[in-house]
Design a protein around this ligand. Structure first.
Ligand SMILES: [Cu+2]
Length: 588
């Protein structure tokens, strides 16, 4: 066969050799004027820059003249079965042409090991689809789009007299399936903390300044990403760097930031708060874990849930700490990477790594919960998962269950996860204290993977790699069993803004069969911890074609900002969510 032009995305086969031919011209910043696939090989779908099919132009050049090509041969199209995934960087001067020869037989093959279970019991995974960045950090924006980014590079800016950085970042629009390049040109925001401000902008604290795995160093940069303009803005620096901090939106709309390593590679002990008027205030010191699990608690304090056995409560006004319940069930020694989530004031922690003797790196299957609504909260053992996991994600779903995806049974960050990866998802129902095992991932996800609940009730699972395991420039989207249990209730209209304690009406033709109304705060996840999400069940009364719903009582149970509003029927089938802002200070 001769050259196939961009318009065609499938090429037919005679041998196992595919040639990619890239030609660069003056069509934009390093964008190839033409990408041809010369193929006499097994069928392949070719994506340019990991984002787009061959039939559309490249959108995310790495840098002027530098491009990525991701090659994916879907299982059904390949004689050998399985998926071939490969990422290639191609340097191209303007007007230059370059050929890539790809031997499909030698590419990495990811075999689909899942059977075809009943999706009403096990849910289902989408096909593996390319993603333009490694989604180490992922965030659902107030406009329903998803922002994700990966590790970038650091450099020294002599004129500014400081270390600067760069991150590749993209915004995905699920409605159009298009990506927008939103790179950050001043900070490597990988390794930062993040939480949404009441107006829906994302506050990003710190990031990586110098990569030194013995003592990684944090940057003091503070960035704000504005979903309305897709722009980053540098704001007031922190007093010291932060690498792996946690940021938490507080009841009054301020954002607490703790933990992580500073610019010298040692623990940053500052306890600091981003004010609603902008800028930082400092409220003392405490030595914290990397990416500590922090939650605004219903009593007004902030709960430090671990990952270590020691827990604590912080008064975010005075900076005073008091001891919390000791988590003694698991966590025998230096446990790490324990996802925690909060639903209706209950914190659940699931699994974690470094179990057993030092260097063993086995993972735990145990789960525990603590109800912060009680006057003297205590940890209680929950049923264990079927699989031990570390580097997994726990995601709150609108039916008040918790989806656990990915993770590995053993091994540290760089451990190959092809064998150690846990492919089946698991779902925890706190109402019954039971886990069920769901369908399996095709690509195992471990360190630096993320999971993000979408307004349509599906979960975007992406990432893995970026200095750990193997880079995964791809994603899979999970449809939970609740999407296969009958017609979805529908929200016809809902207010854009709701105040604390306010009664508001939600129009729905399905009012007679609505059993629950819930809010889920937008996800903002990295390293297995979602710093922003929480779930609130709201009280309501049904009327004809509408629900009279009462907003959450205060910022202590629902910090101001954007939430997905779901209505659910008696079988737990959720509507598509409306994204609304909650709290007097919310929205602009
Ligand atoms: Cu990391």
């Amino acid at each position: 066969m001769g050259p196939v032009r961009r318009r065609s995305r499938m090429v037919s086969a005679v041998t196992l050799m595919t040639t990619l031919s890239l030609a660069s011209a003056c069509t934009g910043e390093g964008e190839p004027s033409e990408l041809r696939v010369v193929s006499t090989s097994a069928p392949a779908t070719v994506w340019v820059d990991g984002a787009r099919r061959l039939s559309t132009p490249a959108e995310l050049p790495l840098a002027p003249g530098r491009h990525q090509v991701v090659l994916v041969a879907p299982a059904g199209d390949s004689a050998n079965g399985g998926y071939f995934i490969r990422r290639e960087s191609v340097e191209l001067a303007a007007g230059a042409t370059r050929e890539m020869r790809v031997d499909l037989a030698r590419e990495k093959k990811v075999v689909d090991t899942s059977s075809t279970p009943n999706p009403a019991e096990s849910g289902s995974w989408s096909r593996v689809r390319p993603w333009p960045v490694i989604a180490v950090n992922a965030h659902l924006l107030p406009n329903g789009k998803v922002l994700s980014w990966e590790e970038g590079e650091a450099g020294f800016n002599p004129s500014a007299g400081e270390i600067t950085g760069f991150s590749r970042a993209a915004v995905w629009d699920p409605a159009t399936d298009r990506f927008t390049d939103v790179r950050n040109n001043t900070t490597n925001v990988f390794a930062g903390g993040h939480a949404f401000l009441p107006d829906g902008r994302l506050l990003v604290t710190g990031g990586q300044s110098i990569r030194n795995l013995r003592a990684p160093r944090g940057t003091p940069h503070t960035n704000i990403f504005d979903y309305r303009s897709n722009r980053w803005k540098r704001v007031e620096n922190m007093a010291a760097g932060r690498w792996y901090p946690t940021s938490t939106t507080l009841a009054n709309g301020e954002v607490l930031t703790v933990g992580g390593n500073n610019d010298q590679g040692i623990t940053n002990q500052d306890v600091q708060v981003w004010k609603t008027t902008g800028g930082w205030r400092y409220i003392g010191k405490r030595k914290m874990s990397l990416y500590p699990g922090m939650f605004q608690a219903p009593n007004g304090e902030v709960f430090y849930a671990g990952p270590r056995a020691e827990t604590a409560f912080l008064n975010p006004t005075t900076g005073a700490w008091r001891a919390g319940p000791y988590n003694r069930l698991i966590r025998p020694d230096n446990i790490k990477t324990v996802p925690s989530v909060m639903y209706d004031g209950v914190v659940l922690t699931v699994g974690g790594g470094n179990i057993g003797s030092q260097g063993g790196f086995a993972a735990a299957s145990e789960a525990e919960s603590v109800d912060l609504n009680e006057p003297a909260p205590q940890w209680r053992r929950a049923a264990p998962m079927a699989n031990p996991r570390r580097h997994h994600n726990a995601t709150l779903l609108p039916d008040r269950t918790v989806l656990v995806s990915g993770g590995q049974r053993e091994g540290y960050n760089e451990h190959p996860i092809e064998a150690a990866g846990v492919r089946p998802a698991e779902l925890y129902n706190p109402a019954t204290d039971r886990w069920s095992t769901l369908s399996s991932l095709q690509v195992p996800r471990g360190y630096h993977s993320t999971a993000t609940l979408l307004p349509d009730g599906r979960i975007l699972v992406a990432g893995t790699g970026n200095g750990a395991a193997e880079d995964q420039y791809n994603a899979q989207i999970f449809s939970p069993p609740y999407l296969y249990k009958g017609p979805r209730p529908r929200i016809a209209s809902a207010p854009k803004r709701v105040d604390y304690g306010e009664q508001f009406s939600v129009q729905t033709p399905d009012s007679s069969r609505i059993a629950n109304v819930r809010l889920i705060r937008l996800g903002s996840t990295t390293h297995g911890f979602d710093m922003n999400t929480r779930l609130n069940t709201l009280s309501f009364e049904s009327a004809s074609d509408e629900l009279e719903v009462t907003g959450p009582p205060s910022g202590k149970v629902a910090p101001p900002g954007h939430y997905m509003l779901f209505v659910l029927d008696r079988r737990g089938v959720p509507s598509v969510a409306r994204i609304i802002s909650v709290g007097a200070a919310a929205g602009r």
